[in-house]
Design a protein around this ligand. Structure first.
Ligand code: NAD
Length: 491
């Protein structure tokens, strides 16, 4: 591990929550583990409802001054954060590898993308913050101006905790909001502590970025606290339903970025070398623990045999092991025992129902090998469920219509990809897919700061992240009219 720098020295933050200062929480202290070795690497606090209430009130006060700071100056602080990510990239990457079980390439990518995400967000307050509107009344000036929502509660999962935090707090802070963040209890340091330390070092005034680690109870406290105006939630569809219901009860704006069961469609004219390479990456990157993972490979029947054989061969090239000890490792551990059991169960039940195992399938503790399954049918759990493990189930189709029907045979609608040199044919399929994101001649796991990332159906409420949509997400539009003099009305 890179030597702990002064900036990240744990003596200051270990077992604490953050409200601008590091403080004891009222809840219990919890161990944070290296996911591959199981070694204890840190301690984290659990914030209670009262802790959330305290930090939220501090955030309300801090936000009043922050939103009055000229926008470009808010941007300067975020630009500094972005620069600090690059200065400390090795150390941040180490935390990602250890706390999430990320392979090195994924961790390095996440640090880079986070820096980019916040850099782009830093420019948001430099653009026009409203519009001059049309009016039917001479002499009336009518404008719509953007105002911050207030205090944004951010709840994140463990799989990409640094990036998923930043894609919300970057634009939220840029647009003049304060933030209360609850990272997943498995990844509280990279998901909350490190962003807080970096933002503090970048010069963010106290009280604008609050960290309250904890589980479901802490999350529920954020949703119900009257001082928190908006909820930005990223996580599973099951939890998202609860979060959506509770936020609705409190009449709060809620952005839900949820699970996926993404179709990777390979047409009969596809380049099989490229398609199996992209398919392997799409299903096995970060052990398949990405919302955008290629969860179902839909392959034309005339090329299916060769596709399956090549995909299975590719799994042999993927080195499995502890990614902290070896930068060449491409398959690290599954996040925890329960999830490893779940992946194994989904695969085993599908094999019991008639699926054929072409590669992988033999688990070693938390290490689940890249697995290829064929003879998959639509009633098997590998087809119906979001697996969140390194599994590529292959199902065949005869016609483009059937491919569309199979792809849409899910209540999710996050990402899809189509492989074919015939762009017109691929676009005709894309036109019929129920999916928030579609890539042609790529795979399903693409994340660019500039694209709107979000799903439809059970994948979320379509309130996408991305530079084109972030201003709408983190501001309210206020309509203001004015006239030079008061005018008489008809009665
Ligand atoms: P999860 O839903 O179990 O947990 C997510 C967060 O919600 C955690 O911080 C957790 O502590 C918190 N939480 C749990 N119960 C809560 C409650 N009742 N109220 C408030 N908060 C609560 O998800 P997970 O297993 O950690 O993450 C994996 C899931 O996230 C997958 O389904 C994946 O597809 C999805 N995901 C989606 C995106 C996206 O952008 N669409 C990105 C990453 C992950």
């Amino acid at each position: 591990m890179t030597q702990s720098s002064k900036l990240f020295a744990p003596a200051i933050w270990s077992g604490k929550i953050f409200d601008g200062d590091w403080k004891d929480a009222r809840g219990a202290i919890q161990e944070v583990l290296d996911k591959a070795s199981g070694d204890k690497i840190a301690e984290s606090a659990f914030a209670t409802k009262d802790d959330v209430s305290d930090v939220a009130r501090v955030a309300v006060e801090a936000q009043k001054e922050w939103c009055n700071l000229p926008g470009p100056q808010r941007g300067d602080i975020l630009r500094k954060f972005s620069e600090l990510c690059r200065v400390h990239d090795g150390e941040i990457s180490d935390w990602l590898v250890r706390e999430t079980g990320s392979v090195r390439a994924k961790a390095d990518w996440e640090v880079h993308t986070t820096a980019r995400e916040v850099l782009e967000a830093s420019t948001m307050p430099s653009f026009p913050q409203g519009q001059l509107l049309a009016t039917e009344v001479p002499g009336r000036q009518s404008i719509a101006r953007r105002l911050p929502v207030g205090v944004v509660g951010i709840i994140t999962p463990w799989n990409s905790p640094f990036l998923l935090a930043a894609r919300a707090f970057g634009p939220a802070l840029a647009m003049g909001n304060a933030v209360v963040i609850k990272p997943d209890p498995q990844t509280p340091i990279i998901g909350g502590v490190l962003p807080a330390l970096l933002l503090e070092e970048a010069g963010l005034p106290k009280g604008l970025f609050q960290v309250v680690p904890g589980g479901a109870e802490t999350g529920e406290a954020i949703i119900s606290d009257p001082a928190i105006d908006m909820i930005s939630f990223t996580g599973s569809t099951a939890t998202g339903r609860i979060v959506g219901e509770q936020a609705g009860h409190h009449i709060k704006r809620v952005s839900l970025e949820l699970g996926g069961n993404n179709a990777y469609i390979v047409l009969d004219d596809a380049d099989l070398e490229a398609a199996t390479s992209a398919g392997s990456f799409g299903s096995f990157f970060h052990q398949g623990q990405i919302c955008l993972t290629a969860g179902r490979h839909l392959v034309h029947e005339v090329i299916a045999e060769e596709y399956i054989q090549r995909l299975a061969e590719r799994t042999q090239r993927l080195k499995i092991g502890d990614p902290f000890l070896d930068n060449e490792v491409l398959i690290g551990p599954i996040i925890n025992q329960k999830q490893a059991d779940r992946v194994e169960g989904i695969v085993q039940r599908s094999i019991d129902m008639g699926a054929t195992l072409n590669a992988g399938g033999m688990r070693d503790g938390l290490y689940y090998p890249p697995t290829v399954l064929s003879d998959v049918t639509v009633d098997m759990p590998v087809f119906t469920d979001e697996i969140f493990g390194p599994v590529a189930p292959v199902i065949t189709f005869k016609t483009d219509e059937e491919a569309v029907q199979l792809a849409n045979q899910t209540h999710y609608g996050l990402s899809a990809a189509i492989q074919s040199p015939d762009i017109g044919r691929a676009m005709a399929i894309a036109d019929q897919l129920h999916s928030g994101i579609i890539h042609i001649n790529e795979q399903t796991v693409l994340h660019e700061v500039y694209g709107p990332i979000g799903g439809v159906g059970a994948s979320g409420n379509g309130f996408n992240y991305g530079t084109v949509s972030n201003a709408d997400k983190f501001t309210e539009l206020q309509w203001i009219t004015s006239r030079a003099e008061a005018q008489p009305y008809p009665f």
